[in-house]
Design a protein around this ligand. Structure first.
Ligand SMILES: NC(=O)c1ccc[n+]([C@@H]2O[C@H](COP(=O)([O-])OP(=O)(O)OC[C@H]3O[C@@H](n4cnc5c(N)ncnc54)[C@H](O)[C@@H]3O)[C@@H](O)[C@H]2O)c1
Length: 303
């Protein structure tokens, strides 16, 4: 089976590529930048170039569309670029998949497409109320996948994933940021109460989920999140256990800091038997060890 992974040089994409290669798939990584690890064929290209996209989809069976402007802050600063890449880029892939008769299309969406909801638990049935530029661009992509699935009958899967973490993640994300500050002897800034948080999911668990999805015939929307709700306060406690001298500076809450809402992954567990296996404790320890040995090196994927 030949699988095209867009954004295979990025954080999540590199785990997806690695696991698909290990599972015996013929993988093609289509990205703007080359990957750190050359474990499959790499095609340098831009999802905004429809000619390139059409060409690279020749003789591909399955598309895993992971590539995007995945950095929330970059999308805030440049909503035009985020809209182009996350919406038009997704439509280019969908249209090329339709023309090429691709067997299945897997889209990497996010739990953030649910937006500012009042539900107690986020399920695939939760109504979407995104307001943030990044969330809206991802939701537009999500809707276009639903459109191609319904109107053009393209078999498609939408994975709405929790906040991903693991080695290779962006350094400015909260876990690496706090660890690196503490390792450098700098203080950590705590905005608000510290009760804001996320349902993190380890990138290794996501790689395994993509393999299960590729090997299955499921279609539709699936949430993929970790088991634990982790608050900023809990991350600070863990950092303090490692480096007790770290100083905490309190600042007012920032716009957009949200209280954690549990994300249900029951549907994907039932359909595919997927469940997260990396505990937050294990994932945190691995990240801490990585930064302790690579202080200042930064994450490897170019973004
Ligand atoms: N990181 C998270 O916590 C998280 C959570 C939920 C969903 N997602 C989604 O997962 C996907 C991957 O996120 P990530 O954190 O690994 O991001 P990332 O920035 O690490 O990876 C994105 C990759 O896409 C590539 N890319 C960007 N624009 C491109 C273009 N025009 N043409 C070709 N390639 C292009 C980049 O070069 C990069 O390698 C994104 O779709 C993101 O929205 C991420």
């Amino acid at each position: 089976m030949k699988v095209l992974v867009t954004g295979g040089s990025g954080f999540i994409g590199s785990y997806v590529v690695r696991d698909l290669v290990e599972a015996g798939k013929k993988v093609l990584n289509f990205d703007l930048v080359p990957p750190e690890e050359r474990n499959c064929k790499f095609v340098k290209g831009n999802i905004l170039n429809f000619g390139q996209v059409l060409k690279v989809l020749e003789s591909v069976d399955v598309v895993c569309h992971v590539g995007a402007i995945g950095d929330v802050y970059r999308a805030e600063e440049n909503p035009r670029l985020a809209s182009e890449v996350n919406v038009l880029g997704t439509v280019n892939l969908l249209e090329a998949a339709r023309v090429r008769g691709i067997k299945r299309f897997i889209y990497t969406s996010t739990w953030e497409v649910y937006g500012d909801v009042e539900d107690q638990v986020l399920t695939e049935e939760t109504a979407n109320k995104p307001h943030h530029p990044y969330n809206i661009t991802k939701y537009c992509g999500d809707l276009m996948v639903q459109c191609y699935s319904w109107f053009y009958e393209l078999p498609a899967v939408i994975l709405r994933i929790g906040t991903a973490y693991g080695v290779g993640m962006r350094d400015k994300a909260v876990i690496p940021l706090f660890i690196n500050k503490a390792l450098k002897g700098e203080g950590i800034t705590l905005h608000g109460t510290g009760k804001q948080g996320r349902q993190f999911v380890h990138a290794r668990d996501l790689g395994k989920a993509f393999v299960k999805v590729v090997d299955s015939s499921v279609t539709g929307i699936f949430n993929l999140a970790g088991n634990e709700l982790i608050t900023v306060e809990m991350i600070i406690e863990r950092v303090k256990k490692k480096i007790s001298s770290v100083k905490i500076k309190k600042e007012p809450a920032r716009k957009g800091d949200i209280q954690p809402i549990p994300i249900s992954s029951v549907k994907v567990k039932k359909a595919l038997g997927w469940k997260p296996e990396v505990s937050f404790n294990q994932g945190f320890e691995e990240l801490f060890e990585y930064y302790a040995h690579n202080l200042g090196k930064g994450c490897y994927s170019a973004r």
